[in-house]
Design a protein around this ligand. Sequence first.
Ligand code: FAD
Length: 429
Amino acid sequence: MRRAEVAVVGAGAAGLVAARELLREGHAVAVFEKSDRAGGTWAYDPRADADPLSLDPGAPGAVHGSLYASLRTNLPRELMGFSGFPLAGRVFAGDPRTFPGHREVLAFLDAFAEESGVAALVRLRAEVLRVRPLGQGQGEEQWAVAWRGEDGEVAEEVFDAVVVCNGRCTVPLVPKIRGIDKWRGKQMHSHNYRTPEPFRDQVRVLCTLPLISAGWKTRYSEDRLGKIELYQNVWLHAEIDRIQDDGPVQFAEGSAVSADIILYCTGYRYHFPFLDFDGLTVDDNRVGPMYKHVFPTKYAPNLSFVGLPYKTIIFQSLELESKWVAAVLSGRATLPSEEGMVAAVREEYRRMEEDGRPKRHTHSLWPEWVEYMNWLAEQVGEPQLEARRRDMYERALKCIWSLDDRYRDRWDEEEENNGGDCAPQGSIC
Ligand code: FAD
């Protein structure tokens, strides 16, 4: 088995589990983390960017994290552990709830990093500035990693392989609303939302819902528009059509409202400021060409990405992607030829087009997430996704889409009473 010297960029959940799997496979690992602690997204940062829309990801002091103070997980803890190191059944920071607050997840990740031996390999305050191939593609080259340490000095080191785990929930995706230049109120992206206090005296806040793969029309059909019964002060409108000449926001279904703030909850865009070479692009939020969301076809297997796909059980997917990378690097698993991977990617894009799925949803695994997880598992000799976990995830999604956020506290009770249907009497589910 080949033993590679591997650089991992980022020490969030993806980087930590990637490092563990690389170690288990016998590789040598260095993890570069630009902040002063591991945990990535789960290390709550009370600061927000000076620009409420965070339009310049390279702005000095740009904040990485997008969590708000009161955030609890949207998946049950059983779906947020790693194999051999579960989050369920144990308490890490005094929060035993099925859907814990962010501190619990961070403490879990800290403990995971310690127990797996990865913590000792994380270089903190080490920002990767540039990653470049020392060759012409074909997967044979080594990689030069330039990074800046705490003292401001820049060093360059050579590795056999690089695994990119820099996170996908940091750089806001801000849609251009027709007529936005006429908007006189405030605008903000959810990346910068921390607490509700600053919004207290606002007359109306417009939150745009994340437009996830299935499309809002499927989930929030016309008959659900209007006041949401569960809340005193929440109305659901169709997508924003434009800003009217005199200021109000016009919705696609015809109504219009005046508001103080537009709060964009429109998701994030992939951003790799340290990668700049031929054969790898980010176009309309499609990172490509990328074989199965992990290996860029031109640079596989020595350049890989863990954490691009979403709409799946994220932690489990991170682990399977990591196992696959580690196994391919050691030679225990094999990839098709470059031509074979390119053909597979082309076929995937063709199918997306045929199904009418926009390019920006390339890395959304919905609805074929189970197929993807099982495919990964097969590559590395892991068992197929358990039906129980599949059902649990689909139940959680249904609850999230119901807009009834009481589901977190009702989850266990409902499982006991009705086998886990999240649609309680009177809810809008
Ligand atoms: P991150 O956690 O973002 O980690 C990336 C790391 O890379 C960071 O530590 C960063 O500092 C570092 N880095 C970046 N650039 C560089 C560089 N150039 N050099 C060195 N280091 C670098 N998932 C769930 O499973 N359940 C949930 O309930 C859930 N809720 C969420 C709620 C919110 C508001 C958000 C934003 C995300 C949520 N997620 C949830 C998804 C979450 O992104 C994943 O759980 C997970 O944290 C992703 O880990 P990651 O390692 O890919 O990215």
